[in-house]
Design a protein around this ligand. Structure first.
Ligand SMILES: [Ca+2]
Length: 249
């Protein structure tokens, strides 16, 4: 009985190492499982990071695309705005050119340069004294006539309308003189008077005007009559020809 008990105990002891071996194997297996898990974690992290980077790249691309879309839209809008402004400026320039041509045409009808003199043909009618004062206010006088060429130019330009010139005898009602200081040459200008003039009708005609579209165009008339008038400047001394017409005469 005692031996049986001993063998039984021996069997039990022999069996212990086996049990220990199984437990150790389980620990080894657990260790292997831990290594697998440890190896998987970096992969998951890498995959997550890769997805994050990919997501950021997609987001950045989307933002860049939207920015470019907005920027392009802004540029197109700006371009259209500037195009509209450019067209308005062009239209304004064209309108100004048209107005300038009209003004220059009108100016050339009112102001005319001939052989070194600038002439102003008024649109309004005034008594002779007021006409002379108007010319003086512009730095000139009513026009004198010093040659056949000048007389021809003026009567043709006057075109048959009545314009005061600067010849008058208001001081003594006998002797003619020019308001711009030019000496009156009666013999030289004799052919400029209309036949029968100056007649000093009613002894009250002391101012002279152009009346006809021909060389013999002068008539003496009551100075209180309201007529158009002609002022004259010297181009060189006044500098106005260059100022008004942009070139020297
Ligand atoms: Ca007369």
């Amino acid at each position: 009985m005692e031996l049986d008990g001993i063998y039984e105990n021996m069997t039990l002891r022999n069996s212990l190492p086996q049990a220990g071996k199984g437990l150790s194997q389980q620990y080894c297996n657990l260790g292997q499982n831990s290594n697998v898990l440890a190896n998987r974690k970096p992969r998951i992290i890498h995959a997550a990071l890769a997805l994050l980077v990919l997501a950021l790249a997609v987001a950045l691309s989307a933002v860049t695309y939207l920015y470019l879309q907005v920027k392009t839209a802004d540029m197109i809008s700006d371009a259209l705005l500037w195009k509209a402004r450019f067209e308005r400026v062009n239209a304004s320039i064209a309108a100004l050119r048209g107005q300038n041509e009209i003004l220059m045409q009108r100016l050339s009808e009112i102001y005319t340069v001939y052989k070194g003199s600038l002439y102003y043909f008024s649109c309004t009618e005034k008594p002779w004294v007021d006409a002379e004062l108007t010319c003086v206010s512009k730095g000139s006088h009513l026009t004198s006539v010093t040659s056949v060429d000048e007389q021809s130019f003026l009567y043709k330009k006057a075109n048959g309308f009545r314009y005061w010139n600067g010849l008058n005898r208001r001081e003594d009602q006998k002797t003619f003189h020019w308001t711009d200081g030019t000496l009156y040459d009666e013999a030289k200008t004799k052919e400029f008077w209309i036949t029968g003039e100056p007649n000093n009708n009613n002894n009250n005609e002391h101012c002279v005007h152009f009346s006809k579209k021909e060389l013999k165009s002068w008539n003496d008339l009551n100075c209180e009559s309201s007529l158009k008038f002609i002022c004259k400047w010297n181009c060189e001394s006044s500098g106005l020809c260059n100022e008004i017409f942009g070139h020297k005469h």
